[in-house]
Design a protein around this ligand. Structure first.
Ligand SMILES: Cc1cc2nc3c(=O)[nH]c(=O)nc-3n(C[C@H](O)[C@H](O)[C@H](O)COP(=O)(O)O)c2cc1C
Length: 337
């Protein structure tokens, strides 16, 4: 039986649901070629930051310095990836060069938090050749006077501002920390987004106990993080027609399958590819195909969303009831005294 792995994301026809998430691999055209050869269906380029566009390049370089240092492990597969995107001109050159060598869709990425002229840069990325845009809204509220509604307005305004400048499809990458994820998904979709990426991982600052300083560093994901996206994708899948991408903790074929069953159209992966390199995509595709065969699905389209909240035999499992069940069924690893 031949299995059809194709999927649709943001109106783009993809040969399978494996998308390379924005990460340093996608800043290197040779690496992009290897990812495509190994089976990637699309790739998101690393983000160009609001601050970069606003000419605050020095600070950004510092950010990349510590990212690169803490990612020595990840870079062993790609010794040639020793810089991320260094500026707006370089970014457009990356798009142009990559478009000449890579056939899979390339998604440009903008990362910012405040409304302003920088969002118009999406048009430059479109002109340079990206097939879609991703807007990563990375906003950390610190003002107690700023109510959640105001924060959400900002998300909707940003999505609308980018959407206004481009004709290619737009996805918006959001974090999980909202009082109501479904309400935010709906607002961002109404603002014009063609899809959402759930979820952005925020940089969690650590504290260095020797220097007594805040020591921000980026840690690669663990696969347990996927549970967050699984729940919310399963819940919002039945409430919206926009595309959904799962990101954060997709490491193994099982994770890909779970995300699709919950209702994701694609998964976006960074950690696993930084750890194991592009050929790992081939192994994932083989295993996903085998699982579909064994479970008598003929296509990804057929299984997508079949365990969304609405299709699940036990919708309460995605809600509060699950919490009570989990607590009462938990058994300690230590013998009771
Ligand atoms: C080294 C590194 C750089 C990243 N850079 C970006 C970025 O520029 N823009 C963005 O939206 N996400 C960025 N991410 C987040 C990834 O795109 C992805 O959403 C996240 O790592 C979760 O996926 P994972 O669990 O497969 O790593 C980066 C992640 C890593 C590990």
């Amino acid at each position: 039986m031949s299995i059809d792995l194709s999927t649709n994301y943001l109106g783009l026809s993809l040969r399978n649901p494996l998308v390379v998430a924005a990460c340093p691999l996608c800043a290197d055209v040779d690496a992009l070629c290897r990812l495509e050869e190994a089976g990637a269906a699309a790739a998101v380029l690393p983000s160009l930051f609001e601050e970069q566009i606003e000419h605050d390049e020095q600070e950004i370089n510092k950010l990349y310095e510590y990212q690169t240092e803490s990612y020595a492990e990840s870079l062993t597969h790609f010794p040639e990836v020793n810089s991320y995107n260094t500026g707006t001109t370089e970014y457009l050159q990356l798009i142009e060069t990559a478009k000449k060598r890579v056939h899979m869709p390339l998604i440009g990425s903008l990362n910012g938090a405040s409304t302003g002229g920088w969002t118009r840069y999406a048009k430059s990325m479109q002109d340079a050749g990206v097939d879609a845009m991703e807007l990563n809204i990375y906003f950390i509220p610190t003002d107690p006077q700023m109510a959640s509604r105001v924060v959400e307005d900002q998300y909707a305004e940003l999505a609308a501002a980018v959407k206004d400048t481009v004709s290619v499809p737009l996805s918006v990458k959001i974090g999980p920390f909202f009082t109501s994820v479904p309400a935010v998904v709906q607002r961002v979709a109404q603002a014009g987004a063609d899809g959402l990426v759930l979820f952005n991982r925020f940089l969690e600052p650590d504290i260095d106990l020797e220097s007594l300083r805040v020591a921000p560093n980026l840690v690669l994901s663990s696969r347990h993080e996927l549970r967050l996206a699984l729940r919310w994708i399963a819940i919002v899948r039945d409430q919206t027609d926009v595309s959904l991408a799962a990101t954060g903790g997709v490491h193994f074929a099982d994770d890909v399958i779970k995300a699709l069953l919950a209702g994701a159209d694609v998964v976006q992966m960074a950690t696993a590819l930084l750890r194991y390199g592009p050929p790992y995509l081939g192994k994932l595709l083989e295993e996903v195909t085998r699982w579909l065969e064994e479970h008598e699905y003929t296509s990804v389209a057929q299984m997508k969303g079949s365990l969304s909240r609405g299709n699940s035999p036990d919708p309460s499992a995605f809600e509060r009831a699950n919490y009570m069940k989990a607590l009462t069924s938990f058994t300690s690893e230590f013998p009771s005294a």
